[in-house]
Design a protein around this ligand. Structure first.
Ligand code: ATP
Ligand code: MG
Length: 217
């Protein structure tokens, strides 16, 4: 069996925060994706390459085996569903939380108490649907692909479900975090077939990632 490995990463915080883990596995990526237009980046190991994909596409590449493993946020994995993926390690990187936020002038507690039907804009339909169903709150979900913070400001929605880290984007837009749904971090995901067929090459890397992320935690 060919033991060549492809790792799927997204640009930005996931790439940056995965670099030290790769280093712990003896792997150095040859180019900086912020500077290069290349989507396939070699490493110092001729058997290992990195592909750069959209954060929300990482599970798809790994599920279909186009990448053997990847790094994806829990937010992305919950929306994807995790089919065909083995999720051995919480890497404890790209940490943030999934929250409900509303415009500062909106009385969320009262709206919920009165059983009002809430309009919620989000990229995270699965998480939002589950969260409000568990609370028994009726919602109309509006799918957005980004800039959720705008929703309540222009009357698109009463609330948003979005990722928050420092809260400065919310504050800058006069929004208030009213519920913390869950903590988010990024996980290593591995194609189930690759785990069996390329174990010899893959396992030492998984072990190094595991040790390095524990050290950090
Ligand atoms: P795209 O930019 O392709 O639309 P995205 O905005 O989800 O996708 P990134 O901003 O690179 O992509 O985020 C990648 C992952 O990092 C997210 O899936 C999430 O797990 C985590 N993340 C997102 N926002 C934050 C944040 N503010 N702080 C910490 N981690 C975050
Ligand atoms: Mg982004």
């Amino acid at each position: 069996m060919d033991q060549k490995l492809t790792l799927a990463l997204s640009k930005g915080r996931i790439f940056e925060e995965t670099l030290p883990l790769l280093k712990a596995a003896g792997l150095v990526v040859a180019e900086d994706p912020e500077k290069s237009r290349k989507l396939i980046l070699p490493t110092n190991d001729p058997q290992v390459q990195v592909i750069i994909v959209r954060a929300s596409d990482v599970p798809t590449y790994v599920q279909y085996g186009a990448a053997d493993f990847g790094v994806a946020g829990k937010d992305v994995l919950l929306e994807h569903g995790g089919e065909g993926l083995y999720q051995p390690i919480d890497l404890d990187i790209a940490k943030c939380r999934m929250s409900v936020a509303v415009h500062a002038g909106f009385d969320y507690a009262n709206a919920v108490r009165q059983g009002a039907r809430l309009r919620v804009a989000t990229k995270y339909l699965q998480v939002a649907r589950q969260h409000f169903a568990a609370k028994g709150v009726h919602v109309d979900l509006i799918k957005l692909y980004g800039s959720m913070e705008l929703g309540p400001l222009v009357g698109l929605s009463d609330a948003i479900v979005d990722l928050v880290s420092t809260g400065s984007t919310l504050r800058a837009n006069n929004l208030i975090e009213v519920e913390h749904i869950m903590d988010i971090s990024s996980r290593l995901v591995v194609n189930q077939a690759a785990l069996k067929l390329k174990r010899e090459k893959l396992q030492p890397i998984l072990d190094a990632f595991d040790r390095a992320s524990r050290r950090k935690a």
